[in-house]
Design a protein around this ligand. Structure first.
Ligand code: COA
Length: 136
């Protein structure tokens, strides 16, 4: 059974295991917790038993006009069960009063986000790969 929660209370770093799949230099579990704590909004998919986190989404915002969704991930063994869709739905509802709700994604994921009411645009970005583990 999966529960959805929007608070990091009672979630220790040990409950954040196995994320950032495929990242050469992933943030540590400690840094992951820091990311969630410092985000403006989060939703977590948590196993009822053991309270491990199996999926998460975060958003950062100016709290007036704009919001940005940097990260969404579901652990590989929990993918394909609707958890990712539920996390995005919940976050879009949380952000519904903002003028701007932006995210960047690979082309292959545009049908997923389109089906959740988003539209495709173009973006520009910088990636400082030396900082992939998180700012020191
Ligand atoms: C993207 C991700 C969060 C989806 O989570 P999930 O729990 O597997 O998603 P759901 O079970 O809710 O599936 C939603 C739909 O997206 C589709 N989908 C998921 N990943 C996809 C991919 N990589 N390419 C194309 N479609 C994909 C599924 O086929 C499904 O379609 P359906 O509803 O028509 O069957 C998950 O695959 C993941 O963590 N991927 C790695 C990290 C990542 O890419 N994050 C997105 C950053 S923008």
């Amino acid at each position: 059974m999966i529960n959805y929660i929007n608070s990091i209370d009672n979630i220790e770093k040990e409950k954040l295991h196995g994320f950032f799949v495929g990242w050469p230099n992933p943030p540590s579990q400690e840094k992951h917790l820091e990311i969630l704590k410092n985000s403006t909004y989060i939703w977590l998919a948590v196993k009822e038993e053991g309270k491990e986190v199996v999926g998460f989404i975060n958003a950062i915002s100016d709290k007036t006009l704009s919001s940005y969704i940097p990260l969404l991930e579901v652990l590989p063994e929990y993918q394909g069960r609707g958890i990712g869709r539920e996390l995005v739905k919940r976050m879009l509802h949380t952000l519904k009063d903002y003028y701007m709700i932006d995210l960047l994604c690979d082309d292959e994921l545009t049908p997923f986000y389109k089906s959740l009411g988003m539209f495709k645009s173009s973006g520009m970005l910088v990636r400082n790969y030396s900082q992939q583990e998180g700012r020191g």
